[in-house]
Design a protein around this ligand. Structure first.
Ligand code: PHE
Length: 343
């Protein structure tokens, strides 16, 4: 019996199966009903009682060792199996991740900001939820100006002395900049704006603007015109032309509306430019002295110009998209088409 125990011990020590089936076969041969160990336990019942203590101990030891060995080998083979699957072919090219593309509005927004950065403007952002002061009062809007009306502005908390509202333009960021920074000031303010308007192919209640402000000792209307011309040529090509029409904004005097020559018909007239050969792209003007004073800037020492444009409008002209709503519906078939859109 001792010999058989020893040889079984040896067998357990050297057991190194290659497949799970071998482990199972081994288990049956040792621990099965007709297995070696089962037979030894059977034999144990009839040995000399004096030897029972020693052999009993040894048989239990070897049984535990057999169970441990079998489990350990089972685990080793299972682990090897799983490892084999994940490391199958390390040289295989990885699956291509679909990273999507930049939104056309983001592309144009970035292009606009890059052009003005080259002219020395820095970028300023501000809150979308504003108060009356930064959106209207500080910008010289008379108390009864129709833009304050519910029809244009989304009020969050109407009726209070200082109503909370969604900004209708990013001129509010220009006010915030003038309040905390002394001239010279040269900033562009991108951001979302909100107007209570019916949604159509040409208008939306949410859209994006980039507004600009330049205040210094001797800023003139000629500087404004030159900056706009430079911007338009960078954006629409070196042969682009601009036209300024007199206009009115409470915060600028004089004020102008800026047109660019229609790049769709080349000036001969089409349905996009309504046969005029020109497309309106922005509002602009010399900052009204009242606006400078309201933000604590000496209007006798400083002058400035300001302009503001809708990013969707520029994007529509750049890519000749006829319906502004496409920019908001986020159909990937539309979004994927834009040149330079890849991240
Ligand atoms: N704030 C004006 C708008 O939202 C645009 C503008 C900015 C006009 C600066 C003139 C000067 O329509």
């Amino acid at each position: 019996m001792r010999d058989r125990i020893n040889s079984l011990m040896q067998e357990l020590d050297t057991f190194h199966p290659a497949t799970p089936a071998e482990v199972e076969e081994f288990r049956i041969r040792i621990l099965g009903k007709k297995g070696i160990l089962t037979a030894l336990f059977e034999e144990f019942k009839s040995i000399d009682p004096a030897e029972k203590r020693e052999f009993g101990k040894q048989l239990n030891l070897i049984k535990n060792k057999a169970l441990e060995t079998i489990n350990a080998q089972k685990e080793r083979l299972a682990f090897r199996g799983s490892k084999k699957q994940t490391t199958e072919d390390l040289t295989k090219p990885a699956d291509i991740l679909n990273t999507g593309s930049r939104h056309p509005i983001s592309i144009v927004r970035r292009e606009i900001l890059d052009i003005f950065r080259k002219m020395g403007f820095t970028v300023q952002e501000g809150p979308e939820i504003e108060d009356d002061w930064h959106v209207f009062s500080a910008l010289n809007f008379p108390a009864d100006h129709p833009a304050r009306d519910m029809q244009d502005t989304f009020f969050i908390n109407n009726g209070s002395d200082n109503p909370v509202l969604l900004r209708t333009h990013t001129s509010s960021v220009q006010v915030r900049t003038m309040e905390k920074q002394k001239p010279p000031i040269r900033v562009v303010c991108p951001g979302r704006v909100f107007r209570n308007e019916a949604i159509s192919a040409r208008a939306h209640c949410i859209f994006h603007q980039v507004e600009g402000l330049y205040i210094d000792g001797n800023v003139s209307f000629a500087d404004l015109k030159q900056a706009i011309l430079l911007f338009v040529r960078e954006m629409f090509g070196s042969s682009a032309k601009i036209r300024l029409r007199p206009s009115y904004f409470p915060f600028t005097e004089p004020s102008a509306e800026v047109d660019v020559n229609c790049n769709i018909c080349g000036g001969t007239g089409c349905n996009i430019c309504k046969n005029t050969g020109w497309l309106e792209i922005m509002g602009a003007g010399m900052v009204d002295p009242n606006v400078l004073e309201a933000s604590g800037i000496d209007s006798k020492k400083y002058t400035g110009y300001a302009f503001g444009m809708g990013v969707e409008r520029i994007a529509m002209l750049k890519w000749q998209v006829k319906d502004l709503r496409l920019y908001f519906e986020n159909d990937v078939r539309f979004l994927e088409q834009f040149e330079g859109g890849l991240l």
